[in-house]
Design a protein around this ligand. Structure first.
Ligand SMILES: Nc1ncnc2c1ncn2[C@@H]1O[C@H](COP(=O)(O)OP(=O)(O)O)[C@@H](O)[C@H]1O
Ligand SMILES: [Mg+2]
Length: 385
């Protein structure tokens, strides 16, 4: 599809802006509507791209969400006269790909239209691919985050093990992202070197696509799992923005069936953003009092921050052994959240793998797995059926 054949819907309430835009977009197939009419017309028109000018009553965000819902394929560009960081953030969160300031950036619009054409090409390719038997429809890869309020629970071990098993045992496209921006960790369990990292994507923040992502990922030797490593640098970490994290995750979910994210303990706006973008949050716990206390604190924090975890949050109990302070049954009595999996404890297995520089599982249906790898594999398989 080229831009001349694409259907563009412009939502604008002011005549002056309408005139301006119809001039700028003269070469395209453009229809106009107003914010009052758009809900009635969007489905019928079925545009490929929507240019939405912020309505006077500020209902732009709500309209973006509405359009996203109705037409998940449509590319939404938001235009406004106001430079406002919070609005920008919300607009991007709601699903718009661009934020254009009027009238200053009007000349950018034609430029952007080129990019939209490119995006639409990609979407079309994906759609064709998904019709030919891809596991997920485009744009809806599943984002799974591993989190815990307590360090050392096993987030990194389990997230890398999960991603590895998922890649080995299925035909899904899987991406593992290490969002421990300061310290990393995934590279240890998967034995990767860290020359390319997700920080290399910062310059392409606004046009991030599959190729950009591919350029910074590394493949685990045995499974060919794609891994995006952390810059492992405090200064670089500090330069990361919520917008970057959100765009990174969205671009990733457009290109992969599963995006597995390893998160740090630290709750800041970046962790917050990643949690908000996640379809599933696996909270990793161990069977001891500090872990339960940590979970309670995080629960309060989620409430304060307004993170709605309803239907998305599940517990993964790690390091289950005879020597735990209490049992999984006890934990169920303490915490009213579903338990997704229980992973046994085996220090020898884990240590040997790290020492040899190999992952816990190396091939599909591997016979001689240790208890930890076995439990992770079983969990992954239960999710695949
Ligand atoms: N099921 C397990 N059995 C044995 N050791 C484990 C298990 N899970 C994690 N570990 C070990 O515990 C330590 C902390 O795990 P890690 O994944 O780094 O925790 P986190 O990322 O939550 O801080 C690591 O040395 C890891 O190898
Ligand atoms: Mg970790």
């Amino acid at each position: 599809m080229s831009m001349d054949t694409a259907k563009i819907l412009v939502v604008v309430d002011y005549d002056s802006v309408k005139d301006l835009l119809s001039e700028t977009l003269a070469q395209y197939d453009v229809q106009f509507t107003t914010s009052r009419e758009v809900k009635l017309e969007i489905d019928r028109i079925g545009p490929d791209a929507v240019l939405l000018v912020q309505p006077e009553d500020g209902s732009g965000i709500e309209l973006i969400q509405y359009i996203q819902n109705e037409l998940p394929q449509a590319i939404i560009i938001f235009l406004t006269e106001k430079q406002d960081f919070v609005l920008l953030r919300d607009v991007v969160r709601a699903g718009a790909v661009e934020y254009i300031l009027l009238p200053d950036e009007l000349n950018l619009l034609n430029d952007r239209m080129e990019k939209i054409a490119e995006l639409m090409h990609q979407q079309q390719r994906k759609q064709e691919a998904s019709l030919s038997g891809q596991p997920f429809a485009r744009g809806r890869g599943k984002v799974i985050s591993f989190y815990s309020g307590k360090g050392g629970s096993g987030r990194t071990q389990l997230s890398s093990g999960y991603a590895q098993a998922l890649k080995l045992e299925s035909a899904n496209r899987v991406l593992l992202i290490d969002l421990n921006l300061q310290y990393g960790g995934v590279e240890t369990f998967l034995s990767l070197d860290t020359n390319r990292t997700l920080a290399d994507l910062v310059p392409v923040l606004h046009e991030m696509n599959e190729n950009h992502i591919r350029n910074v990922t590394q493949r685990e030797l045995h499974s060919k799992l794609e891994v995006m490593l952390s810059p492992r640098d405090a200064e670089t970490a500090e330069q990361m923005t919520e917008e970057f994290i959100s765009r990174l995750i969205r671009a990733s979910r457009r290109s992969y069936d599963y995006v597995i994210i390893d998160l740090p303990t630290h709750m800041d706006e970046l962790t917050y953003t990643a949690l908000e973008e996640s379809d599933q949050i696996y909270y990793v716990m161990t069977l001891d009092t500090p872990s339960v206390q940590g979970f309670r604190l995080v629960g309060n924090l989620f409430r304060q921050l307004g993170i709605d975890t309803e239907g998305r949050l599940e517990i993964v109990v790690n390091m289950v052994s005879k020597h735990n302070e209490f049992s999984v049954a006890d934990l169920k009595g303490l915490i009213p959240v579903p338990i997704a999996a229980q992973i046994g404890m085996d220090q020898r297995e884990v240590q040997a793998a790290v020492n040899q520089g190999v992952p816990l599982q190396k091939t599909a249906n591997e016979k001689k797995l240790g208890p930890v790898a076995k439990d992770i594999r079983k969990w992954v398989l239960s999710k695949l059926t």
